[in-house]
Design a protein around this ligand. Structure first.
Ligand code: SF4
Length: 245
C-alpha cells in the first residue's frame, strides 16, 4: 500500500539476478530495480521503455514493501547487490527500500545523471554519477551535480561513468574528470543502435560498437590518460539489445 507517509515507487521492471554489465560493479551478480520516468531525454537512450511516457501504462506504482518482496523472491532471500536504475531513479522515493534491504544484509547501487539529489544518497553503498555528454543533446547542470555529491557526503563508494560517442564527448569526459579528480573514471563506448521501446531483442551493430571501443582505447592510451578505465557494456556483448538480462 502507498500513502503520504509511504510514497510509492514508480517501477518499470524488476529482474535478475543477472550480472551488472557496466562500470564499477561490472560482472557482479545483481538484481535490477528499474524505475519509470526520467527528467532527461537523451538522443541515444537505451532504456526508453522506462523513460518515454507513452510506456507509462507498463509502469507500476509499488510500495517499498512490494518492491522488496519481489527482490527477495528473485534473490531467493540471499543478500545480493541491488542496482537502482531507470529512467532516473533519483526522482523516486527509494530511502525506505534501501533501509529495509540493509536490515537484511543487501547492498544498493544507484546510477543517475546527477540532475536531482536526495538525502538518502548517503545511505547507498555505491553511487555512480553519469553526466551526459554533448551527443545526448542534454545540458549538464553542474550545480545540481555538485548537490548530488554533497548529499552523498562521501559515504557511498562513488564513480564517474561517461558514455563516449565522439571527440566532443571525449573532451567533455576529460573536463568532467578534471572537475572531480577524487572520483574514479569509467569510460564506455556508446551503443549507436539502441533498442526502440517495445522491441525486446532489437538489432545491434556490434561491429560498430567494437570499433568505437577500439577507438576509445586508442584515444585514452595515446593521450596517456592513465587514470581512466575503458569498459564495454558486458550485457551488450553477451546479449545485444535484449531486455531484462
Ligand atoms: S538519463 Fe539515462 S534513462 Fe534518462 S534519458 Fe538519458 S540515458 Fe535515458
Amino acid at each position: 500500500m502507498t500513502c503520504a507517509l509511504h510514497p510509492g515507487i514508480r517501477v518499470s521492471e524488476i529482474f535478475g539476478p543477472t550480472i551488472q554489465g557496466e562500470g564499477v560493479l561490472i560482472g557482479l551478480p545483481t538484481v535490477f530495480v528499474r524505475t519509470g520516468g526520467c527528467d532527461y531525454r537523451c538522443s541515444w537512450c537505451d532504456s526508453l521503455h522506462a523513460v518515454d511516457r507513452r510506456f507509462r501504462h507498463d509502469w507500476e506504482m509499488m510500495s517499498p514493501d512490494a518492491v522488496w518482496h519481489k527482490v527477495i523472491a528473485l534473490s531467493g532471500g540471499q543478500p545480493v547487490m541491488v542496482s537502482l536504475s531507470g529512467g532516473n531513479p533519483a526522482i523516486q522515493p527509494l530511502g525506505q527500500l534501501i533501509d529495509r534491504g540493509h536490515g537484511e544484509g543487501y547492498r544498493f547501487a544507484l546510477e543517475t545523471q546527477g540532475s536531482v539529489s536526495k538525502q538518502w544518497f548517503a545511505d547507498l553503498d555505491v553511487l555512480v554519477l553519469s553526466p551526459k555528454p554533448p551527443s545526448s543533446e542534454m545540458t549538464t547542470d553542474w550545480a545540481a551535480f555538485d548537490a548530488c555529491l554533497e548529499a552523498a557526503q562521501d559515504k557511498p563508494q562513488m564513480a564517474l561513468k561517461l558514455v563516449v560517442f565522439d571527440d566532443d564527448d571525449y573532451a567533455y569526459a576529460k573536463d568532467a574528470a578534471a572537475r572531480y579528480p577524487q572520483l574514479p573514471v569509467y569510460l564506455q563506448p556508446g551503443n549507436h543502435t539502441p533498442p526502440r521501446p517495445g522491441d525486446e531483442d532489437a538489432f545491434i551493430d556490434m561491429a560498430g560498437v567494437m570499433r568505437r571501443m577500439e577507438w576509445l582505447v586508442e584515444k585514452v592510451t595515446r593521450d596517456r590518460w592513465f587514470e581512466a578505465r575503458v569498459l564495454p557494456q558486458l550485457h551488450v556483448l553477451l546479449w545485444g539489445n535484449k531486455r531484462g538480462v
